[in-house]
Each structure stands twice: as C-alpha cells, then as structure tokens.
Design a protein. Sequence first.
Length: 689
Amino acid sequence: MGLSDLSVEELLARFISKEALSQYCEKKLGKSGKGTSPVLASRIAREWVKPSFDPNKVITAKTKTKSTRPKTKTNSKEQKKLQELRKQALETPFEDDGTKLTIRFRGRDVSAKTIQVPSQAPLKYLVALIAKETKSRGPIDLLSGFPPRSLSLKVTSEKAPISNFLRTNEMITIASKASSSSSKKKPEKRKRVPKNTTSTTSKRKRVTTTNSTTTSEDGVMLLKKLSQKRMESHLEMIRGNKRLRSAFGKQWKITENQNVRRVQDGQFSEMIVHFKFGQRKWEKEKVTKMKEDELRAVIRHVLLNLGDDAKEQLRLANLAQVSPRVFWNLCIWDQNNPAPSLSAVASLEYSITRLLPDEDWSFLKSRKRKLSAKAARNQKRNVTEKEMRKAAKLVADVASSKEVKIVWSKEGPYVGTRVRRYFSQGPVDGTVVMYAKPQKGDDVALWRISHDDGDEEDLEEQELRLAIDVMKKWKSSGHPYIGRKVLRVFGGGDVRVSGVVTEFFDTESSSEMLWHVVHEDGDEEDLSREQVELAIQLEEEERQKQQRKQMNESSVLSSVIVEREIVNFLGEKLNTRTFEDLAQANAFELRQHIRQGLRLRVTEDGMQEYIDRAHILASNSIMRNILDTSSSLQSFRRVSGIRYPVELSRCVPEELHRKIGGGLDSVRSWIAAARDVVEKKSWLRRPPP
C-alpha cells in the first residue's frame, strides 16, 4: 500500500465489490449495509482503526420485532356502500337538454384529463363519473377556483345542475377524503398522577368537543343563499330601471318570435324585446304577447282584487321590475295609441290610466306612507280594543238570547210547488221541499227550496209568494216569438251563439215582458223586448246570408263553364261547386262523368281549358288572401314578378324585401302563409298555364 500510495478506503472501494462490503458491515461489524462502495469502505475503515476492534467477532442476525403500531384496515362495508351510491348516481335520470360541459381534472396521483359532462347533471353525477375515470375506491372531494374551495359548498340543492357553478374548460382538483373509520382519532391517554404528590393545579376536566365542520358549512350555505337572493333582487331592480329608462328614451324594439304561435288562430304569441342596457350593450328578453282585452283584464284584476300592496306594483317603475310581460305590452299599447296632447314620456307614464279610464287611479298621485313605530303600535292597540269590544258585545248578545231549534217538516203549505228565483248568473228553477212553523210569537215561517242545480236556500213567505208568481207568469205558448230562432252576439262580435225562445213572462205592461232563451251551448238567459227583436233580426240576416252564399257557390262555376246543365250536374252529382274544387279535378274523369250522366259530347281539351281557367281564378283568390289589404295584387305582381302562391313559397324573404320594400316581418309572414297553403293544397304546386 505504501508503494501504490492507496489509502484503506480507496483500496476497499476499488478492488472489493459493493455486495461483499455490505455483507461484511452487517455480519462482522454489526453496522448498516446500505450505501455506495466509498461509503461502505469508509465505514469499515473507521471500525478497523478502533482499539476495541476484534476481527474474530461474529455478529448474530437480529430478528425484527413486529411494530406495535396498528395498521389501518380498509372498511370493506363502507367501500361497498360507496360504490353502490356512485352507481346509483350514474343511473339516476335527470333533465338533459343536450348541452355538455368540458371539464378538466387532476389530482395528486392523477394526471390531467378531460371529460364531457351534461350541463344539467347534478354534482353527485360528476363525482361518480370522475371516481369511475380515476378508479378511485375511497371518498373524494372536488375543488375549484382560487383559492380552491369544495364544490359541495357551492351547491344550493341536490338536484342543482353543475352549470350553475361550473364553466366549460374549468380545471377541478381531486382531493381525497378521510373515511369515517380512519378519521376516528384515538382518545388521548391521560397521564397518571401519583396519589401522594400534592399539586396546586386543579383536576383536569373532561371537555366534550363537537365537530364544528358541519355547523360551519351549514352557516356558509345559509349565508350564501341569503347573499345570492339579495344579489338577484338587486340585479332585477337594476334590470327594471334599465327597462324603464329605455322605454322613456324610445330605445327599444319588438320582433315577433316566428317559432311560437297560438293553436287557435295561428298568430304569433311570443315577442322578443331588445332594449338598451348600457352605453353600447343591448339586452333581449322573451315575453308573451297579450291582446288589449287580456291586458285590461289583468290590470283590472290586480287593481280590484289583490289589495293595496298589489296596487302599488302598478306604478310604472315597479311594473318594470315585477312583470316585464305586462310592462312591455303596455309600452306597445302606448306606441299604437299615443296621447296627442302629451309628450312621449308623459304618454307612457299615464298609459295605464288611459287604458282603464273608468277606474280609480288616485293612489298614483300620492306616495305610500309608512307609519312610524309609535303610530303602528297605537293603530294596533286601537284595532285590538275595537275587536275586544265587538267580541264582548257578541258574547253578551249570545248569552241574553236563547237558542231556538228549527223543526223542519215535509208536510205543510206550498210544499211541492215549483218556483223560479233570479240570481246574478240568471234564472234558476226549484221546488219547495220542506216547511218550518214559527217557534215564537215574533218568529216567521220558513220554506226550504231545492234548486234544480243542486243548491238550497230558505225563504220567508213574502219571498216565496214572489217566486211562485214569477213561475206562474212564465208561459210556454201563446206568443208568436215562442219557438223562433235567435242569434246573440257577445264580446264585440267575436262570439256568436244561436238559441231558441222557449217561454215568455206575461205582464200587463208590454215593456216589462221577458222572453226566456235556451242557447245551443246549454246556457240560458232572459231577454227584454228590444233584445229579443234584435236577436231575431240577426238570425234572419244570418239565414239570408247563408242562402246567398249557397246560391253564389252553386253559380260560381257559371263564369267558367258556359253550359248551365254542366254546372248543375257538377254541383249536384260530383259536389264540385267552387273554383278550387274544379282546379283539382281531372279532365279525363270529368269528361267521362259528363258523357255518362248528361249524354253530352265534350272533349278532354275543352274540360282541361275549364280546369285551367278555374286554377287561375282560385290562385288569384288565394294570393289576395295571403297579401294584406293594403297591397294590390296587380301592383305586387308588377314589382316582384311573382304571380302564384307556389312562386311566392319559394322566395327568400330578404331578396323579396329588397324588391318591394315595406316591412320584412310582413314579407316573412306572406312567404310562411304561402308555404302552408301550398303544403295543404297539393294542386297549387302545379302552376297554371
């Protein structure tokens, strides 16, 4: 070693393997066998230089003692229950509108991944899906935001969709939850104090600590809900103010939603309102279109039936916040019916009073006054004292009076007699079924009436005699109006109901006579002389109108077909009376029917000429119905170059609008109507020659 200039450490590390050095350290020296070759060589050299080193000493291997620390056992029952809950969460149905969110997630032992999740899925569905993707068997928690917070704190309900608190492409961090079995802490060992040691410290008291996590989370959720509700109310107030400002500034416009129509008449039933929300921002919202009568009915109901607090919501500023539907329909009504003597702002401000001029709107000129605390206490005390005095009087009256039991009998005067009573909904017939005698000297007799509609009432003798006299004076014969048909008009002409006069009320004065009418829909009413004469006149006019219509239908083909007998034959035998009926007929079949039925010689070309002329006239009539009354058919054809409905149905709205001008919405409605007609009437798809 002296010749080669090597130290002991260098010699051992260079010429002896690491395994041999490791075994020597463990078996001969009793040291650790871990480390690199230089480390093991240095460890051996340090032991050799010690005076106590014995090269013949053998170290016996030590047996490893089992650790007293208990191993954490996984609870298989909890894992099984957790897997069942996750499977149930994945299989539970929810409302899926087809939209999906792209969610990215990562964890301590999970690399970043991306999944597609339905936007309407609840949080438990997302947790179960991520646990399935990561193959996690234990409970997990999902965190988002900065600083990261648990998504369970953001959920307002179990069925709340994740789109309420997550955005697409948002990163979620997976955190593991401690299971209930492993999260149980061992009770701390109490130190034993010797009995004969005197200590001035007081004995340790056992204090039971409750887990405040659940309480704090509930508090956070409650605070969040309250703040969220407050924020939504504040935002709705701002939005209502923006609606009112844009309405006053005429910075709003209405477009009809083409996809929503009424089933009854096919008209548009929904509007899209665009109004200015900021300096450069416009907002839009969908509202239901209301007719003028519906708008009046809604406002009148709130004004008359819902109390003072609801009446305050009819102020224009409050109406813009609580009911955008009524507010925008009121703005549309004001735009169509402006006040000529007022400015635009004043016209809108007083539009609700102009819509219902007969109602009391005096509260709009005053503000709602709020009582002070002292005034409210005084008012409550006065009301309480008044109610107490009223109750005391009632108790005294009941105590002073003796209860009298009414005894009813099925035998007595007028029992079984028919009567007629008048109420707000009309006359109602009934029968006297029971009689009650007077019980005391100042008592009166009573008769119980059972009406035909199922109701009952008790009448005194004077009321009963009047009802009997009214019933006797109604006669079902003896007047020329009995049996006549009548026509009644309601709702400004929108509702027309036919009926028959069945009875009349005979009185000495002809002006007081009444006629009882039974309508086809089951309703009944009593009419005065002027009303019944007008109803009979309307029925006669309607009958004559129907007769003229039938005559016109039977003779409408005479303008196309010269032969009168062919016209009569087509109407009576083939039920072909109008231009449309003839336009969709077949020339060969018509020729065969006419030759067999009338024994006339007609050519197929001649019948085809009749059909083509009827096709042109029917198409012209349909085009006039599609276009509004302000547009002439000839001028429309001259400007647009479109002659028939099938050509109009194939147009592009924007291109046609550039040709003829006017409103784009009207052009779209024309094209939509043409498409509907062509789809229903297939003969229109063939353009006339």
